[in-house]
Design a binder for this molecule. Structure first.
Ligand SMILES: C/C1=C2N=C(/C=C3N=C(/C(C)=C4\N[C@@](C)([C@@H]5N=C1[C@](C)(CCC(=O)O)[C@H]5CC(=O)O)[C@@](C)(CC(=O)O)[C@@H]4CCC(=O)O)[C@@](C)(CC(=O)O)[C@@H]\3CCC(=O)O)C(C)(C)[C@@H]/2CCC(=O)O
Ligand SMILES: Nc1ncnc2c1ncn2[C@@H]1O[C@H](COP(=O)(O)OP(=O)(O)OP(=O)(O)O)[C@@H](O)[C@H]1O
Ligand SMILES: NC(=O)CC[C@H](N)C(=O)O
Length: 452
C-alpha cells in the first residue's frame, strides 16, 4: 500500500472545511487521482457529503473512540478497498478541539497518522491576524507532535487556505504577513452565493435530502469550481506525505449475524461505513429496507439494525407505515435481535411527539416516548457497559465507545436499562437505553467495541 495523505482542518466549525474537502475530493477524482476520504470525529452527516464527492464511502476515524491500532486497521482496509493513492481527511471543529484533556482532536489524529495539516481560516472580519494564528498553531502543533507522539515528525501546518476573502487587497495584506513564516499560501477563496450547503446540524439537511431535491451535484460542482479556480492543486497534492499504518485484522464491531437488515433512507441515514461496510466485507449479507417506503425488514435476517436520523421529520409517514411496524413486531415475537440507536431507538418506542406537541404512535416495542417539543442539544462521547451478558446472541461486546448527538428528549422511559454510561472524562452519567426481550436500543451511536 503506497498512499499519501493530508488533513484539512480549521479554527472552528463553519470555517469551510467541508466545502473545501468536497471540492478537493472531486477535483482530484476528475484529474484521475485515486482518492480515499475520511472524516475525523463522530460525524456521520459530513461523511455522507464526502461520500458523494468522493464517489465512494468516507470512513470516520476517531482518536478518542478508537484505539490507534483500530484506526490503522480500518484505514488500511479502506485505502486498499479503494486502491487509493491520496487520502484526504476532513477535521472536526477546530484543530485542537476534542474531549477531556484535549484528547481526541484532529491534531491528535494527524499526529497519530503523522500527516501534514492544511489549515482553512475564515478571514471575514480579520486580516493579518490570520497569519499570526496560522504561525501560532503551527508552533503548537509541532510541540504537540513532539510531546505526545514522538514519531510524528511530519505533522505541522503545511499550508494555509483563506476562505471568504473580500478582495485582492485583503488577500495581499494576509499574504504579506504570511511571508514572515515558513507556511505556503495555497489560495484564497471568495464568498460565493452558489456554494450554500444549508446548515446540516440543525436537523435540516443531509446529503440524501440534497440529492433528493437534485441539489447535491450542483453543490459539489460549485465547490469543485471554487477549489479549481482559487487553489494551487498541484502544490496541495505535493504536500501529501506517505502513510505508514500498523494494520491488524481488528474491526470496530463484529457482525452481529450472518444476515443483517438495516433501515436506510432519509429518516435513518446516520450509520457509519466503518461498521456496515466491514460487516459486508466480513461476509455478512446486508439487506437494506426503507421504513419511509413502508418496507419490512427481510424475514430471513438474523439481526435488525435501525440507525439514527431524522424520524421527527417524517412522523406522519412512519406512524402509518403498517408493513414496517408489523414486520418489526413479528421479528420481535420471533426473538430476532432488533437494535435501534438514537432516531432508530425513538422509533422502537411507543410514540414520538413533534415540535408542535402532536403525538405519533411508533412500534411500541419499548416503553419509551420521545419529544421534540422542547428542543435541547444532548452531545458527548459515552463509554457504555452492557448491564446484561449474552446480548445479541452473545455478539455484543461488554464495553463500547459511543457518542450522543440529538435534540429530542425522552419524556417517558420504563423497563430495564441497557447500558451504564460514562462521559469522555469518565464521569458516571447514569444508565442509557432499554432492553425488552430481543429488542435493544439507546440514544448513543456505537463507534467501536473495546476488546476485552
Ligand atoms: C466539546 C464540544 C464537542 N463537540 C464535538 C463534536 C461536534 N460538534 C459539532 C457541532 C456543530 C457543535 N458542537 C457544539 C455543541 C460545541 N461542541 C462542543 C462544545 C465546545 C461544548 C459542548 C459541551 O460540553 O456542552 C460546544 C460549544 C457550546 O457552546 O456548546 C456547537 C454548539 C459548536 C458550534 O460550533 O456551534 C455545535 C452545535 C451546533 C448545533 O446546535 O447544532 C460537530 C457537528 C462539528 C462538525 O464536525 O461539524 C461535531 C460532531 C457532532 C456529533 O456529535 O455528531 C466534540 C469534539 C466531539 C466535543 C464533545 C467532546 C466530549 O467530551 O464528548
Ligand atoms: N466561500 C464560501 N462562500 C459561501 N459560502 C461558504 C463558503 N465557504 C463555506 N460556506 C458555507 O458556510 C457554511 C460552513 O461551511 P462548511 O460546512 O464547509 O464549514 P466546516 O468548517 O466544514 O464546518 P463543520 O465543522 O460544521 O462541518 C456552509 O453553509 C457553507 O456552504
Ligand atoms: N442522532 C440522531 O439519530 C438524532 C435523532 C433526532 N433527530 C434527534 O435530534 O433527537
Amino acid at each position: 500500500m503506497a498512499c499519501s495523505g493530508f488533513v484539512v482542518s480549521g479554527l472552528s466549525s463553519g470555517s469551510g472545511k467541508t466545502v473545501i474537502t468536497l471540492g478537493l475530493l472531486n477535483a482530484f477524482r476528475k484529474a484521475g487521482v485515486a482518492i480515499a476520504a475520511a472524516k475525523s470525529g463522530p460525524d456521520y452527516i459530513d461523511s455522507a457529503f464526502l461520500k458523494a464527492a468522493a464517489g465512494q464511502a468516507a470512513i470516520n476515524l476517531d482518536s478518542h473512540a478508537m484505539t490507534p491500532t483500530l484506526i490503522d486497521s480500518l484505514l488500511h482496509r479502506h485505502i486498499a478497498r479503494h486502491h487509493a493513492k491520496t487520502l484526504i481527511v476532513e477535521g472536526v471543529m477546530g484543530l485542537f478541539d476534542g474531549t477531556h484533556n484535549g484528547r481526541g482532536s484532529t491534531a491528535d489524529l494527524a499526529c497519530h497518522l503523522d500527516l501534514p495539516v492544511i489549515l482553512v481560516i475564515d478571514v471575514r472580519n480579520t486580516a493579518q491576524n490570520a497569519a499570526a494564528l496560522a504561525a501560532g498553531l503551527d508552533h503548537i502543533l509541532r510541540q504537540h507532535a513532539k510531546q505526545r507522539y514522538s514519531g510524528a515528525s511530519g505533522t505541522h501546518i503545511a499550508g494555509l487556505i483563506l476562505n471568504h476573502v473580500a478582495s485582492a487587497r485583503h488577500h495581499t495584506l494576509i499574504a504579506e504577513a504570511m511571508s514572515h513564516y515558513d507556511i505556503p499560501m495555497l489560495g484564497s477563496i471568495p464568498t460565493t452565493a452558489d456554494i450554500d450547503v444549508p446548515s446540516r446540524h440543525l436537523g435540516l439537511v443531509q446529503a440524501a435530502d440534497l440529492a433528493a431535491s437534485g441539489r447535491l451535484d450542483s453543490v459539489i460542482d460549485a465547490a469543485t469550481k471554487l477549489v479549481e479556480t482559487h487553489l494551487d492543486l498541484n502544490l496541495i497534492q505535493k504536500l501529501a506525505t506517505p502513510l505508514s499504518l500498523q494494520a491488524t485484522s481488528q474491526t470496530a464491531l463484529g457482525a452481529p449475524a450472518q444476515h443483517i437488515a438495516i433501515a436506510s433512507d432519509a429518516a435513518f441515514g446516520f450509520s457509519y461505513s466503518h461498521i456496515i461496510d466491514e460487516w459486508a466485507s466480513s461476509g455478512a449479507t446486508i439487506s437494506p429496507f426503507s421504513p419511509l417506503n413502508d418496507e419490512a425488514p427481510h424475514v430471513d435476517a438474523g439481526f435488525v439494525y435501525i440507525p439514527g436520523g431524522y424520524p421527527e421529520l417524517h412522523l406522519q409517514k412512519l406512524s402509518t407505515a403498517t408493513q414496517f411496524m408489523a414486520g418489526l413486531q413479528q421479528m420481535a415475537s420471533r426473538n430476532v435481535p432488533i437494535y435501534g440507536e438514537c432516531g432508530g431507538f425513538m422509533v422502537l418506542g411507543d410514540a414520538i411527539v413533534d415540535a408542535d406537541g402532536n403525538r405519533f404512535a411508533m412500534a411500541g416495542l419499548l416503553e419509551l416516548e420521545t419529544s421534540f417539543a422542547k428542543r435541547k442539544l444532548h452531545l458527548g462521547y459515552r463509554t457504555l457497559t452492557t448491564k446484561q451478558a449474552g446480548l445479541w446472541n452473545n455478539k455484543l461486546a461488554s464495553t463500547l465507545m459511543a457518542h450522543e448527538f440529538h435534540y429530542t428528549t425522552a419524556t417517558r422511559m420504563a423497563g430495564e436499562a441497557l447500558f451504564d454510561a460514562k462521559d469522555a472524562a469518565s464521569n458516571d452519567v447514569g444508565t442509557m437505553g432499554l432492553i425488552k426481550g430481543s429488542v435493544t436500543g439507546s440514544y448513543a451511536h456505537i463507534i467501536a467495541a473495546i476488546e476485552a
